[in-house]
Each structure stands twice: as structure tokens, then as C-alpha cells.
Design a protein around this ligand. Structure first.
Ligand code: GLU
Length: 283
């Protein structure tokens, strides 16, 4: 039997805060408690938001907090070929289409239709470009109009059949990717979406238990579908509660939650902090 493998997969779009420290320790503990492996992955595909400075800080902060990961750190920006291969595979199965819409086009179409269905991530894409003919697509491409690649959700769900996953925290879940509509899997300026890259990498790194905050619970419906379409192995998940501040608000980079870097630079004791985080619920 393969050994249990977990990972922590931060995006270097800011400094890590206590909530990230908790998530990293959660993943490490889950592996260690079963004699398994803990890996680190840097999810740095979004070059418009990720910065090397934050990657460096992540590595320093996790090391400071006493985390020990195995093997080399996988940086997604160095593996774009793997995501392209997955896109090609979905394209060959007839599951992708180019979407030339701008955000404004989509907004206008939704406003005009009056009653746009909503999914967990907001209003669903109204399908404008799904209905384009091959000639119309070819013409737009020839004109040099930039495009994203969307998954034809109806076809994808029909191809995958019924799917679900086992969540160690919440039990068996029926996957409902259809609720998200035609999700974007590659953008004009970013060649692979988070959903695609995370799914491919979790398989390539043989992650058998995906631990992450419950803010990403909904994304698992899409990841489970992509696994089915790409014939990838199915791990278990454990979506854990998020750390909150004293007012009960979840910690977030954008709200200036105290960063691990500022605690480190301010002389905090990492052993005490690790012990405090480890004593929190769920660990
Ligand atoms: N990179 C994602 C983030 O920082 C997390 C990915 C995951 O755990 O699936 O929010």
C-alpha cells in the first residue's frame, strides 16, 4: 500500500498569516500521525499576483515554524507543460471551447437576461461563446481576439457520470460540479486555472489526502470532476475549519492578519507558536 501523502500548497500572493501556519501544520500532522509524507508546493501560476519575494518568505516562515517537507518544492510556474497536456486531453475529448467574452460582455448578457442562475462562485456564465459556430470561432481567432478556455459543463458531467468524494471531516459528498456552470480552465494571460493546476499536481505528486481550509470546500466539486475526466486517482479530502480573529472573522491576507514574517521579525518564539497552533481544534 502507498504511504499517506499530504501537502501544503500556498500561493505567493502575500505573506503567510497564522491561518496558513495552522493549515501547514494540519497537513504535516496528518501525514506524520500515519507515518506518511508531507510535501510543499508553491502555486505561483498567476504571474499578475504572485511575487518571488513572497515565495522566499513562505519558505523562511515555514522553516522558522519547524515544518519539514520531503523532497524538492514543486513550483507550478515551472510545470506549465503538464497543465497544457491536461488541457489538450480535455480538448481532444471535445470538452473545451474558446470564450472571447470580456467581463463587461458577460455582465451585459446577464443583465439583459434578467434571471441569471447563480452558483457557489456567483452568476453562471450565460453560454454566449458555447453557441458560436466553428466558423465564428475561427474568424475571431484570425482577428486576434484573446480567449479563455471554458469547460462545457453539461458534456463534462454527462461524460463523468455520478461522482463523489470522501471528506474525513464531513463524510461522503456527492459532487455537483454542474452548479458552477462552464468554468474557466485557462485564461488569456494565465495558461492554466487554479482548478486545473491543483488537480494535475495533486495527482502527479501522488497526494492521497488533500487537507485545506473549508473556504476551498466548494472547489472540490470541480476538482473531483476534472479527476474523473482526466482519469486521475481519487484521494480523500479533509477540509478543516479556518482560524478566526478575536472578533470571529476569518484571518485573511487582505485584512492585514498578523503575518508569520512580522511575528518572526518581532522576535516571537516559534516553538511556543507551533505548540499554540498545534493545540488548536482539529490538530
Ligand atoms: N493555493 C491555494 C491557496 O493558497 C490553495 C490550494 C489548495 O490547497 O488546494 O489558496
Amino acid at each position: 500500500m502507498k504511504c499517506l501523502t499530504t501537502r501544503f500548497a500556498p500561493s505567493p500572493t502575500g505573506f503567510l498569516h497564522l491561518g496558513h501556519g495552522y493549515a501547514a501544520l494540519f497537513a504535516e500532522q496528518a501525514a506524520r500521525s500515519q507515518g506518511g509524507k508531507f510535501l510543499l508546493r508553491i502555486e505561483d501560476i498567476d504571474h499578475t499576483r504572485c511575487r518571488p519575494l513572497f515565495t522566499e518568505a513562505i519558505l523562511r516562515d515555514l522553516d522558522w515554524l519547524g515544518l519539514k517537507w520531503e523532497g524538492p518544492v514543486r513550483c507550478q510556474s515551472q510545470h506549465m507543460g503538464a497543465y497544457q497536456k491536461a488541457l489538450d486531453c480535455l480538448d481532444e475529448a471535445g470538452l473545451l471551447y474558446p470564450c472571447f467574452c470580456s467581463r463587461a460582455d458577460i455582465r451585459r448578457e446577464i443583465e439583459a437576461s434578467g434571471a441569471a442562475p447563480h452558483g457557489p462562485d456567483g452568476p453562471l456564465y450565460p453560454g454566449l461563446c458555447r453557441r458560436l459556430s466553428q466558423d465564428e470561432r475561427a474568424q475571431k481567432r484570425a482577428e486576434g481576439v484573446g480567449f479563455a478556455l471554458r469547460l462545457d459543463m453539461q458534456k463534462a458531467v454527462a461524460m463523468a457520470g455520478p461522482i463523489g468524494w470522501h471528506d474525513l471531516g464531513q463524510g461522503w459528498q456527492t459532487a455537483r460540479p454542474d452548479l458552477f456552470g462552464d468554468v474557466v480552465l485557462a485564461r488569456k494571460e494565465i495558461a492554466a486555472s487554479y482548478h486545473l493546476a491543483v488537480t494535475v499536481d495533486d495527482a502527479l505528486q501522488e497526494i492521497s489526502l488533500i487537507t485545506r481550509g473549508e473556504d476551498l470546500f466548494a472547489a472540490t466539486h470541480i476538482h473531483r470532476l476534472l479527476q474523473a475526466l482526466l482519469h486521475l486517482p481519487v484521494p480523500n479530502w479533509h477540509h478543516h475549519a479556518l482560524l478566526a480573529d478575536s472578533a470571529g472573522r476569518r484571518l485573511a491576507k487582505r485584512d492585514q492578519a498578523p503575518s508569520l514574517a512580522s511575528l518572526r521579525e518581532g522576535g516571537a518564539d516559534p516553538v511556543a507558536l507551533r505548540t499554540r497552533l498545534l493545540s488548536m481544534k482539529g490538530l
